[in-house]
Write a protein that binds this ligand. Sequence first.
Ligand code: C5P
Length: 295
Amino acid sequence: MDKVNVIAPAKINLSLDILGVDERGYHLLDMIMQTVSLFERVTVSKKEKDITLSSNARYIPTDSKNVAVKAAMLFFEYTGIQGGAHIHIKKTVPIKAGMAGGSADAAGVIVGLDKIYETNLTRQQMCEIGAKAGSDVPFMIMGGTKRVQGVGEIIKPCPPMPRCYLVICMPDKGVSTPAAFANYDTLGEKTLVETDKLVAAMEENDIYGVAKYMANDLEKAAASEYTQPIKEELIQQGAIGSVMTGSGAAVFGVFDDEDKAKAAVEYFRGRVRSVFIAKPVGFGATIAKDRPRRR
Ligand code: C5P
């Protein structure tokens, strides 16, 4: 096989708790992460040498500044294979959203290269490669609902998110991840993040409990003037809870009713840069033809 299509879901953070910093200044985290039905489509083709990238999106880098190219380089380094690849990315996930779109692309590249070069790597090995490309990449390879700790390299099982609808709003301006973390350090202000209570709600399949305990330490640090108004409007539109995802700037609301979620999407159209309706999914980057049809 010389070419493969991979679908790579975006993620949201149901929670993000900052526990400290390591010696490099990276933040030690405790997060509940969830992949959602908003997909990057990554095509990986074999080439004799070199790594090249193209995309429908003009605003992403096509050189080694792109985490997907970096991931391919790391794959060849790890496996010792003398080869190359062309990567084509059909982007759906907004950038600077806190939804790990770039990391999803990188995860897709690793999964795709494993297939076309027949390396049969375990998910664990793929995560090892991914962790060197970016903090979120290992989770984007695993997907589903997970408790993610350390700087993203510790991935623990978590009961699946109860059935629900997600309305995800991307405001006019994105947030840079390093800036959000740096701002957090300057502000020194913590949010109450009760991860164990969130996990307990998941165990009970209680979507109202999940919505109640969603929280994000970076919400204030992201310093987006759009966060609070969107959160409030999501609640006014019938969300049972709302929070910013990752380092922002996207904000999502959890809905227990599909019609209300669809009405909320209509409400936000034109009021934010982009709005999506999605559901939680139980998988990470996956060869398109192997995609599970059910949760
Ligand atoms: O690993 P990634 O490239 O996604 O991280 C981007 C930047 O975000 C890092 O250079 C660092 O400044 C910040 N970061 C952090 N703690 C983390 C993850 C990222 O401080 N756990």
